[in-house]
Design a binder for this molecule. Structure first.
Ligand code: SF4
Length: 329
């Protein structure tokens, strides 16, 4: 894949987010770097607790307090480092320039306020206008996310909507102030397959229409295949492989990526047992020296248990952290 010439919206460099607990320091994100271009969707993929959600929360500076702290790195958004911004500026950026869709639409919506009030809230906060104009804008947003009869729905409450409609309303809230970056954390987890497909189609449409940069947090390679342009695979707080979607599916190089893709069931394939990755991810409070995947890796060598592998560039935009790359060169 040729070098992406679109403007870089977000440039994350060596991000470190730690949690200071009584039982030690949990290095949830430990030196993560990636770039996101205008109109591009990057999937951050990995098993539970690999650091992908904490990476997303770090970008909007909403790391759980008081134990969580961003201890290092840079996050250049539209040319400015988000880590240097005072909280007052971040409040203006959240919702307006960077928006987020969380996994559970029910927890993102307040049961006592109407849909109109809730979708209109970010507009009221960031672009104060009179109530009539705000409601017109809300109706427009609901129409954009394909909510039927939006003029009626604005006066209704979350419990009057189906799960799929609630998730689309959350998407309408997220895009109401036309952000440049949309972060979606496991956006389809609580949805059935049909609604999942509708939401993924909507995300693709939003990306094309508004040239949105999107960061999708997921453990599901099916979602990656349908909405992402590029993928960054995370393990134990670090990115271990980055490539465009085609390359990741066609020739994954890191044994962890290969195992993740190998564990996705294939349509039409008859197998006795589904493949699963043996063992558990390491405790991020006590990551052993070397490659953290070594205890689960069938190709581990002596050096893997001693030193963390350097990043190897194996192709255009294809980066891998694995000692096997040294053997190939
Ligand atoms: Fe396996 Fe070694 Fe590569 Fe880690 S560095 S994934 S242990 S081969």
């Amino acid at each position: 894949m040729a070098q992406d010439s679109r403007p870089v919206v977000l440039d994350v460099k060596d991000l470190k987010t730690y949690f200071y607990t009584r039982r030690g320091i949990a290095k949830a994100v430990d030196g993560v770097s990636f770039q996101l271009h205008q109109g591009e969707t990057l999937g951050l993929v990995g098993e539970s607790a690999c650091g992908k959600s904490v990476t997303a929360l770090s970008v909007i500076r909403l790391v759980p307090q008081p134990s969580g702290r961003i201890v290092g790195g840079e996050m250049i958004f539209q040319g400015e480092d988000l880590l240097q911004k005072p909280e007052r500026d971040m409040r203006n950026i959240r919702g307006k320039q960077i928006a987020m869709i969380l996994q559970d639409p029910m927890t993102s919506l307040d049961p006592v306020f109407t849909i109109g009030d809730q979708v209109g809230e970010p507009i009221r906060f960031h672009q104060p206008e009179n109530r009539k104009n705000i409601m017109e804008r809300v109706v427009e947003m609901l129409r954009a996310v394909k909510i039927p009869a939006p003029e009626i729905r604005v006066r209704e409450y979350p419990h009057q909507m189906s799960g799929g409609m609630r998730q689309r309303i959350v998407a309408a809230m997220a895009i109401s102030c036309t952000p440049q970056l949309l972060i979606a954390d496991e956006p389809t987890t609580s949805l059935d397959v049909t609604i999942q497909a509708q939401l993924l189609k909507l995300l693709n449409e939003l990306k094309t229409q508004s040239k949105l940069a999107m960061l999708i947090i997921t453990h599901d390679f099916g979602i990656v295949a349908r909405v992402c342009d590029r993928v960054a695979v995370m393990y134990a707080g670090r990115i271990v492989e980055t490539a465009d979607v085609r390359t990741i599916f066609k020739s994954p190089l890191h044994p962890y990526t290969q195992a993740l893709i190998g564990s996705v069931p294939k349509v039409g394939a008859r197998v006795e047992r589904l493949f699963s990755i043996e063992g558990q991810p390491p405790d991020v409070r006590a990551i052993p020296p070397g490659c953290p995947f070594a205890p689960r890796c069938s190709q581990a060598m002596d050096i893997c248990r001693e030193k963390y592998p350097e990043t190897t560039v194996v192709g255009d935009g294809h980066l891998v952290n694995c000692w096997l790359m040294d053997k190939k060169n």
